[in-house]
Ligand binder design. Structure first.
Ligand code: MEV
Length: 324
């Protein structure tokens, strides 16, 4: 038996960082994916391989895993420790991903969701989305410290999601085909845990000012819900611009992010903001089709390191297939 699982990356439209202090956020799954296949091997060894990075770990030897594979070891420990399975069978697990890493697109959560789903399926454990998301979150804690849980939630469930304090609500939305959503990778990778700490430190230094910014971010989320449901992308774009201003004010923008945003807006994009943790990572640009070439061309001239991905929100979260 061979099992293949796939899980999508995500973008946060509104509410990153503010979500860490319990404010609501809006995110959607996007059509970039992580894949995990699990096959039997002729021994009781448990091998995990990251195809993209060429790193391998033999779980059965119980040695120290390479940093990149530590969350997967932790997920197996958790699954076994909580009694979901007995001792794991002999397997070879291959992990690969088309989601840029360290870019705020939920690549670690997507690989962990796909890995969890494939592992449970291979061992014949009945599963539901909440279990998959919960277990993947255990791995996320190893990567990011104490993340809000939005990444594993969106990757598991798919669609547009309103997320608040661990609770998700699927959002109805109208997707306009006369617009394109660009994910612009700045080429500067960053660490989510570090960005979150930086924001929380500022929060603790000037809480009276920061709480007002957090309240404004919350207001943006509830206003954005209205425009998403109506498919009013011009208004949505304007909210993205305001949201970015708030993210800059809490200290997570950098020069390259600002250059991309200014260039995109100057060339006619409807909205642009950083997405995810900031300090590098990605920028979201919402642009009308007829302006796409002009906007993309100008953005790509900001730096040779920039990569541009046109993406679409997708309704489906993880999927698992079994090949006999
Ligand atoms: C990272 O994708 C989003 C942050 O809000 C952190 C989190 O929610 O855990 C910056």
């Amino acid at each position: 038996m061979k099992v293949h699982a796939r899980a999508p990356g995500k973008v946060i439209w509104f509410g990153e960082h503010f979500v860490v202090k319990g404010k609501p956020a809006i995110a959607s799954a996007i059509d970039l994916y992580a894949d995990v296949t699990i096959e039997p091997i002729d021994s009781d060894r448990v091998i995990i391989e990251s195809r993209d990075k060429g790193v391998i770990y033999d779980y059965s030897r119980r040695g120290k895993p390479p940093r990149l594979l530590k969350p997967f070891k932790h997920v197996i420990d958790y699954i076994v420790g909580e009694g979901y399975t007995g001792r794991p069978r002999g397997i070879y697990a291959r992990i690969s991903s088309s989601i840029p890493v360290g870019a705020g697109l939920g690549s670690s959560a997507a690989t962990l969701v796909a890995f969890t789903a494939a592992f449970l399926k291979y061992h014949g454990v009945p599963m539901d989305s909440n279990t998959v998301s919960k277990i993947a979150y255990e791995g996320e804690k190893i990567v990011h410290g104490k993340p809000s849980g939005i990444d594993n939630t969106v990757s598991t469930h798919g669609g547009f999601i309103l997320y608040k304090q661990g609770v998700l609500q699927k959002i109805d939305y109208v997707w306009r085909d006369d617009y394109v959503l660009l994910v612009v990778d700045t080429g500067i990778s960053r660490n989510t845990g570090h960005a979150v700490k930086r924001v929380l430190d500022r929060y603790n230094r000037v809480p009276n000012v920061m709480t007002k910014i957090y309240d404004a971010a919350e207001e943006i989320v509830y206003t954005a819900l209205k425009y998403l449901r109506k498919g009013d992308f011009e208004q949505l774009g304007e909210l993205m611009n305001i949201a970015h201003g708030l993210l800059a004010s809490i200290g997570v923008s950098i020069k390259r992010i600002e250059s991309i945003i200014h260039t995109a807006l100057k060339q006619g994009a409807s909205g642009a903001k950083l997405t995810g943790a900031g300090l590098g990572g990605c920028v979201l640009v919402l642009v009308r089709n007829d302006l796409l070439d002009r906007v993309s061309h100008s953005i790509s001239r900001v730096s040779k390191k920039i990569r541009i991905f046109p993406v679409k929100p997708i309704g489906k979260g993880y999927s698992v297939r079994v090949y006999e």
